[in-house]
Write a protein that binds this ligand. Sequence first.
Ligand code: F3S
Length: 644
Amino acid sequence: MAYTVAEKILKEHLVEGELKRGTPIAIRIDQTLTQDATGTMAHLEFESIGIPRVKTELSVSYVDHNLLQTDFRNADDHRFLQSIAARFGIWFSRPGNGICHQVHLERFACPGKTLLGSDSHTPTAGGCGMIAIGAGGLDVAMAMAGFPFHLIMPKIIGIRLTGTLPPWVSARDVALEMLRRLSVKGGLGKILEYFGPGVTSLSVPDRATIANLGTEMGATTSVFPSDEVTKAWLVAQGREKDFKEILPDDGARYDEVIEIDLSTLEPLIACPSSPDNVVPVSQVAGRPVSQVIIGSCANSSLRDLLLAAKVLEGRSIHPEVSFEINPGSRQVLENLDDLGYLKPLIHAGARIHQSGCLGCIGMGQAPATGTISLRTFTRNFPGRSGTKNDQVYLCSPEVAVAAAITGKITDPRQLGSPPTIEIPSSFIVNDNMIIPPPEDGSGVEIIRGPNIKPLPQFDPLPEDLKGVVLLKLGDNITTDHIMPAGSKILPLRSNIPAISEYVFSAIDPQFSSRALETKEKGEGVFIVGGENYGQGSSREHAALAPRYLGVRAKLAKSFARIHKANLINFGILPVIFADPADYDRIQAGDRLVFRQVRKALETGRDTIIIEIEGGGEILGRLDLTDRDRRILLAGSLLNLARQA
Ligand code: F3S
C-alpha cells in the first residue's frame, strides 16, 4: 500500500476509525500549543478536568497576542499563565519571545509528530513535516489531558509543485495563488499536501508560510514532506536529533491533484477585505499607501526581514509611509542583528516592534482613515486592523518593501535585480525566554489576578429547544464578527460575563442585552447564517460567550470546521439547512421550535424538523458524529469529560 505523507503520520497516530475519507477518526496528540488570547481559558478548562500534569510529550504556552500592558489585566494574565504552566508541566514562552508559530517551528516542531494548537494558524508547523491542526482551547485542554483529538477524516489534496520561483516572487505568492484558485472555502474538509520536484527549492520557513495560509482556505491542515531541506533547518536550529525523513510513497494516491509551476507565478496581492480577493500586483499598482507592515506568523522569518533590509540598504522609506516591522521571534531579531541587517532597517526609517502578533490582531498600529495599509499578515477581514472601513491589502515582503520605498503599490520587479539572500547554516539559538516546567510542579501556587473569573456552568440540552432568532446574517461571517478582538476586548478573555458584552457588537450593539433578556425569560437564542459561517480564527470565545448569553442553536447553509467544533464543545447545536432555499423563509424575530431535539440526537437521526411559528416547518440537517451528539446532550464537552 502506498501512502501520502499525511496518511503516514495519521496512520501512526490513529486511535479510532480508519483513513476512509469523510468518516470520524480520533488521533493521538504528541504536542500542544496555546497562546495567551485562547490560553487563559484553555488552562482554566484543563485545570477543571482534574488531571495533575499534562499527558502529552510536549505542551507549550506562548504569550504573543496581547503584549500591551495598559492596566493590570494583561500583566496579571501573563503571571497566571506562567504559574499554571509550571504547576501542570507545560513549557512557557515568555512575552516578547515571539509568535507561537514561528517559535514553535524554530524550537519544537518535529517531523512525523502531531500538534494541536488553540490558534487557527497552528498548521504553520506543517512546513516541518508535522500534522499540525488548529482547534478550540477546550479541544487543546482535552489533548493536554491525554484524550485523543476527534475529527472527520479529510480528503487529501496533492499540490504538485514544479519549477522554481522567478526573481521577486516568493512563498507568499504560492499561497496567494492557492487562495486565488481555491477561495476561503476551498480547503474545507481537506488536507493540502505539497509534493513534487518544486518542493525542494523551498526552505522550511517558506513551506511554513504556505502551510500557515492554508488556514485561510479553511483547510484542516497543510503538510510538506520531511526531507534534506527539513534536516538542514533542524541542524541550523541545533536539533538534528529531531529529524526523521517522511516522503510520500511512490504511487501514493491523492484525492485530487493541483498543479503549480512555480516559474509561472508573478507577484500577487489580496485586495480588501478577504484573503482570497487576489489579483496580480500590476493590476492595482500606483494606489497610494500610508502604512506597510512586515510581520505576523505568515511572513516574519529571518529570510523575510533580511529581504526587506537588503532592499532598503542605501534607500529611505517614503515620507508618506509608516513602515513597521513585527519580527516573528527574538531568534529572528537576534540573528538579523548579528548579520548586520537590523541597522539598514532602522536607518531607512522602519518602526521596529517587539516580537509578537501586535497589529495583526488589532493590538495597535491601526491604519489612518481612508488610506491603504499593505501587510504581510494572514487576513484582512473588515475592521480587523482596528480602523473602521479599513483598506488592508495582503502581500509578500517583496511587494511590501517596494511600497515602503515608493509610497504606492508597486510591482517589485521594477526595483531592478533582487538581492541575494543567504541564510546561515546555523542560527544563534538562545532559549532563555522559554521556561521548562519543574519535574514536580505539584507545589507551585497558581497566581490568579482579579481578572481571572471562574468558568460558567452550562445545562444539558432540553427535550425541545424553543426560542427566538435574534440575528439573521449573510455568508462568510467570521469569528471576528461574532467575538471581536482588539485592545479593549482581549484583556477580558478570562472573564466571560465581561467579554460577552462584545458579542456581535459591530453588527448589533444591543445584541448581548437582548440575548440576556431572552435567556432570563427561559427562551433559547438562535442565530441564522449563510455559507461558511464562523470562518477565521479558532477563537472559542466566539462559541463560549454566545452560549453564556443563551445561544442554543445556529442554523446556517454551512459552517467553518473549527467554529463548528467549538459550537458543539459549548453545547450550541449547529444545524444546516437541508434545503438552502429555506434560508429565505426565516427572518430575525421569528420564533422557532426544534421539537424532540434530545431524542433526535439520542437516536442518531440526521435530520430535525424546525417549526417556524406561524410559518410552517423546515428540515434541518444534523451533520454530527456520535461523539458530537454526546457532547451536545451533556451540554458541553467539559460536562461530558466530567461524567467520564
Ligand atoms: Fe498572531 Fe496574527 Fe498569527 S494574531 S498567531 S500573527 S494570525
